[in-house]
Design a protein around this ligand. Structure first.
Ligand SMILES: [Ca+2]
Length: 71
């Protein structure tokens, strides 16, 4: 599952560091700047916990990256 690739330590949520690594490992966003990573996290983080939980992650990939079909 895609979420597991992002959630490297398997605690069920994606931290800023995990999001940064995952995004940069994707070819199409290799040069993504730090402030953009933070903006993506902030936008996906609906409850403002500072992390992306699984339901928030699903919304993020469906809305922004059109990857719904791969989930
Ligand atoms: Ca995690």
């Amino acid at each position: 599952m895609i979420f597991n690739k992002y959630d490297e330590d398997g605690d069920g949520r994606i931290s800023l560091a995990e999001l940064r690594r995952a995004i940069r490992s994707d070819a199409y966003t290799k040069d993504i700047p730090e402030h953009t990573v933070r903006r993506i996290l902030k936008r996906a983080d609906e409850d403002a916990s500072g992390y992306i939980e699984y339901p928030e992650f699903l919304k993020m990939v469906c809305n922004d990256f059109m990857k719904c079909f791969t989930l």
